[in-house]
Structure formats: C-alpha cells, structure tokens
Design a protein around this ligand. Structure first.
Ligand code: GLP
Length: 238
C-alpha cells in the first residue's frame, strides 16, 4: 500500500480526483469503479471541474441499497446522477449500478454478469466504513466473494442514518460488488478523511489480515494508493 497524507480533507480529495483524471487521460476507455458516501462528495466536486472527458469510460458503482429506486434521494443511483454523472459527458449506457429494486439476488447475479462482460475494472475508487467495510462488504465477508446481497451491520446503519430522516429509514440490506471483484481491479484508490476513520485505517493498514476487517484484504493487492488527511492517518505508525 502506498500512503499519501494531506493536511486537509480538501487536499486529499483533489489528489484522489487527480489520480482518476490521470487514469482517464492516459486510457480514455477506462473502466472505473465508482464509490459513494460523504467522503466522495468533495472528490466528485473536484473531478467534475477538471478538464477530463469521460465519454468513452464505463463506470461500475460498488453498491446500492435494497428497496430504494433510482429516484429515491438516498439511493446511490440518485447520488451519482446528482453529484457526478449529470455533470460529465459519460454515455448513459456506460453507467452501471446494481438495481435496488426487484429481486436482490437477481440484481446481484445480473451485476456479476456485467462485470464479467466488461471487467476487470481499471481503477477502483474506495472509501472505508468505520468498521472497515469496503463497498457494503461488512466484517465477515469472504475475500473472494462476488456481487452479493448483504445485511448491513448496526454500525453501518447508525453511521449512514445521518443521510436519512432517522435510523428506521435506513435499508437493512444492500447489493454490493464483492471483495473478489474489487481485488481484481488493476489499481485501487482508497480515500479516507476525518478522525472517525482513524481506527478503521489503522486496522486496514497495520492490524491482522482477516475477514473481521474487509479492508485488510487490500494488503494482498499490488497497486493500492491510500489517500488520507492527517486526522484519518493519526493512528498509523507511518
Ligand atoms: C458507505 C458506502 C461505502 C463508503 C462508506 C463510507 O456505506 N457503502 O462505499 O465507503 O460507507 O461512507 P462515508 O464516506 O459517508 O463515511
């Protein structure tokens, strides 16, 4: 893992955006794995201001909540359109997210087929959950897992309730790309900011490797850029 630590979240977001921009400029037909969450808002804001064409790229998002349709304000379909896709020139039929509607098992299987058709991902963007999750692969997820339906942990439901009216509104399940597909990506960029992520970053980078910390799986990948602000890096013995 390659660590770059910045004084501020904004500097970290801009640097991570620059890594993605460089990938797309070098290889305009890149397959990019997109991520959601509060952490990525600044990155998308920076990236859409950069002079980069996404016309030939193809995008695969990590995950979607089960039960939320694409127009639900808290769905990741809506998040991506609102914060990024509506502001860039990517072709509509090159945008892929797991469906939150219909049978979740079928949605997972269909996504897995699409990934097999267009993958592997050239650059996978990741955030990290406070419990070390990547995508919605919660502690216990297999490191070689494919796209699957996953029950959200209490920690994740509590953390994500800030985006909903209250905790009871947070879906209990999600469809997520598996750790297996994430590890197949040629390059991974993980962005984490804030003291709330310091323990998860430490566990990912320096704790034991195992299913109890899904992000620790990334230590088996040859090309991971970890981009942090000082608060998220605070517990590392770098
Ligand atoms: C969410 C997403 C993850 C994201 C993580 C952190 O639940 N499924 O892909 O990395 O949790 O989110 P945030 O950036 O809001 O802390």
């Amino acid at each position: 893992m390659n660590f770059t630590v910045f004084d501020t979240p904004n500097a970290a977001e801009i640097y991570a955006a620059e890594l993605i921009a460089a990938q797309v400029q070098l290889q305009p037909e890149s397959v990019i794995g997109w991520a959601t969450g509060g952490t990525m808002l600044g990155l998308y804001d920076a990236l859409r201001r950069m002079d980069v064409s996404f016309k030939q790229t193809r995008g695969f998002n990590l995950d979607e909540y089960v039960g939320l349709g694409p127009d639900h304000p808290q769905s990741y379909h809506h998040y991506m359109r609102n914060h990024f896709f509506d502001h860039i020139d990517i072709a509509a039929d090159h945008i892929h997210l797991p469906s939150g509607l219909g049978n979740p098992q079928e949605s997972a299987a269909q996504y897995e087929r699409l990934l097999a058709q267009y993958g592997p991902i050239d650059l996978q963007l990741l955030g990290i959950g406070q419990n070390g999750h990547i995508g919605f692969n919660e502690p216990g997820a297999a490191f070689d897992g494919g796209t699957q339906v996953t029950a959200l942990s209490d920690t994740t439901i509590a953390a994500n309730s800030r985006f909903f009216d209250d905790k009871t509104q947070v879906p209990k399940d999600a469809v997520t790309m598996g750790i297996g597909a994430i590890l197949k990506a040629r390059k991974i960029v993980l962005l984490a900011c804030g003291s709330v992520k310091a323990d998860a970053v430490k566990a990912m980078a320096e704790g034991p490797i195992g299913r109890f910390c899904p992000a620790s799986s990334l230590r088996g990948h040859p090309n991971v850029a970890v981009v942090l602000d000082q608060a998220a890096a605070a517990h590392l013995s770098l």
